[in-house]
Design a protein around this ligand. Structure first.
Ligand SMILES: [Zn+2]
Length: 253
């Protein structure tokens, strides 16, 4: 049976001399593995649509839950990401994280939209890499239902205070008074600016999500928090993240 699905290639694996397996995050059917025959031959009509970060309309034949690529029409390619190693590493981290989530969750088109937007802004080169990383990590948690309660202090409901404590494991806030002398691990202090950024990323409309302008001195603290939050909530550390961090080495990019 032939089916047409819009999707983004999150991973490609070589199979012999000529073929590839593609992991494609699709609109409506979640993550699927597609066998792409002959696409490593330079004259293959499907060579360009069988590459990492290609977003296309894929016509596939399905039989017993296995998909084989028939033809495809590219919609958007993000090949320019491979021109710069840091950008490519960050895009690979987004792809690895998305694949991990997509194998566990039911299909969620907002996740596809989030990664497409993130790759778009990453390839435009007019956004800070750390800002894009924070937005992606934290919004992804929000899209898959791991959104923390950022409304206010979890005990007294206070909406703002000069400083709040963010419990990364419990996904909740404490004002200083309610936090008191608790001895908890995985808690980070937030000033109102950091809290504003987190609320914005988790809750604003997708259309406005990437308009967030993060002050330079907040890029590192914010990205450390979103990274730890995602790592704790998913209970998973990604090799592509370690690679990205080894390249940037603490620089503010
Ligand atoms: Zn309180």
């Amino acid at each position: 049976m032939l089916t047409t699905l819009k999707g983004l290639v999150l991973r490609e694996r070589s199979l012999g001399d000529n073929d590839k397996f593609l992991d494609i995050l699709t609109d409506g059917s979640g993550l699927i593995e597609v066998l792409a025959r002959g696409v490593k031959k330079p004259n293959s009509k499907n060579a360009s649509v069988s590459q990492l970060f290609c977003y296309a309309k894929y016509c596939v034949s399905e039989s017993g839950g296995r998909y084989t690529l028939n033809s495809a029409e590219p919609i958007r390619t993000f090949y320019s990401l491979s021109e710069e190693l840091e950008r490519f590493a960050l895009a690979s981290y987004f792809a690895e994280m998305t694949s991990f989530i997509a194998t566990q969750e039911t299909p969620n088109n907002e996740v596809l939209r989030l990664i497409l937007n993130s790759l778009h802004f990453l390839s435009l080169k007019n956004r800070s890499l750390l800002a894009l990383k924070s937005v992606f990590e934290f919004r992804l948690m929000s899209e898959i239902g791991l959104i923390p309660n950022l409304i206010g202090c979890c005990e007294c409901l206070r909406y703002s205070a000069p400083q709040m404590q963010f419990d990364l494991r419990g996904g909740r806030l404490f004002c200083e008074m309610c936090f008191g002398t608790r001895d908890m691990t995985d808690v980070v202090p937030l000033d109102m600016r950091l809290l504003h950024y987190l609320r914005y990323i988790a809750l604003t409309d997708m259309q406005k999500l990437f308009n967030l302008n993060i002050a330079r001195e907040y890029l590192v603290p914010l990205t450390n928090i979103t990274e730890r939050y995602a790592e704790i909530q998913l209970d998973r550390r990604f090799a592509t993240l370690d690679f990205f961090k080894s390249l940037t080495n603490g620089q503010i990019l």
